[in-house]
Design a protein around this ligand. Structure first.
Ligand code: HEC
Ligand code: HEC
Length: 278
């Protein structure tokens, strides 16, 4: 007993028990289209050679749910967003469809977010809420609640298969630097950084979970664990709580900077939204 405790306390790395290797050959093909699940790492992801989708590390059963949109439970929520799209809300008497003719016109948006607009880093959630508050006279949606995650899934899936491609230079550079710093900063009672798990130890088992690189190309993602769509910020929050750290705020500057940095680490992977995870 004592020894287990000491080991865990002294070196959290003892939780990375077993090295398993993700199956090399598995392919993610949806509707006849093959998505890019491995790519050469971009130069700015200095410590890894290859970037890989979280899909690779899931069980065969979980992987299978993402291969067919009829099996993918996330599409129940995408359908709800299609209904929401035409719903009038707010003091201006408008629906999304009053101004945006087709949701398909958002193809190409997901891979470029977050981005800097007028000196501010904006995520898709900000763009949606800007329309709600500024253009519809409606209440903003909560960052990780159902209406928002359903809508960001609907808008995101229009770009499925397109390579992630966020801007990290120019006025995005200070946000990216901040995100990178957060990624490598040890926090919480376990004194761990994102990098300790998702860069140093991916493709190993941590308890019952097969560690991935913590990529965000599949967000919002349907999790079997809570049977709903999850925003990337909700996932960051969960990982911070797991290492007994005080999580930053969803939609706050820290998570937005992390979102930009993580998106840039997935440069070249396909947008998989809405993905399925455990
Ligand atoms: C009154 C008109 C109006 C309504 C209603 C409206 N929008 Fe917009 N929306 C705009 C305008 C104008 C822009 C900015 C110009 C642009 O980029 O197309 C915009 C931009 C956006 C963008 C960013 C597009 C980009 O390429 O940067 C998203 C996403 C978006 N709207 C989603 C929605 C959603 C979802 C709803 C409904 C909840 C909605 N909008 C309702 C007018 C509207
Ligand atoms: C103690 C190890 C650990 C640390 C530290 C950690 N995570 Fe995770 N994370 C996990 C595990 C386990 C999972 C679930 C399996 C997987 O996808 O890797 C996960 C999943 C994720 C996912 C979902 C990936 C996908 O494909 O769905 C993201 C994104 C993520 N983490 C981001 C972060 C960020 C950002 C940090 C730092 C704030 C962080 N994690 C810190 C263990 C960790």
């Amino acid at each position: 007993m004592m020894m287990t405790k000491t080991l865990l306390g002294a070196a959290c790395l003892s939780v990375f028990a077993l090295t398993v290797h993700a199956e090399e050959g598995a392919k993610l093909i949806i509707d006849g289209e093959e998505l890019t699940i491995r790519a050469n790492a971009p130069a700015h992801a200095e410590n890894i050679d290859e970037v890989s989708s979280g899909w690779i590390y899931r069980s065969k059963e979980t992987q299978a749910l993402q291969l067919d949109d009829f099996d993918n439970p996330a599409f129940v929520f995408v359908d709800q967003a299609i209904d929401e799209w035409d719903k009038v809300d707010g003091s201006e008497g408008k629906a999304c469809s009053s101004c945006h003719e087709n949701v398909e016109d958002f193809a190409g948006l997901r891979p470029t977010l977050p981005r800097v607009d007028d000196g501010k880093l904006v995520s898709m959630e900000n763009l949606v809420n800007e329309c709600r508050t500024e253009r519809m006279g409606a209440e903003p949606w909560k960052w990780s609640k159902g209406k928002m995650t359903s809508m960001t899934a609907l808008i995101g899936v229009q770009s499925r298969g397109m390579p992630v491609n966020v801007a990290i230079d120019g006025d995005a550079a200070p946000f990216w630097d901040k995100g990178k710093e957060l990624y490598y900063t040890r926090v919480g009672q376990l004194d761990m950084a994102c990098s300790n798990c998702h860069e140093d130890n991916y493709d190993t088992m941590i308890r019952a979970d097969h560690l991935s690189q913590g990529q965000i190309n599949g967000f919002p993602t349907y999790r079997l664990k809570n049977a709903k769509l999850n925003s990337s910020h909700a996932r960051f929050k969960g990982c911070m709580s797991n290492i007994r750290a005080e999580p930053y705020k969803e939609g706050g500057p820290e998570f937005q900077a992390l979102e930009l940095y993580l998106a840039s680490r997935g440069q070249g992977l396909s947008v998989e939204t809405p993905s399925v995870r455990n």
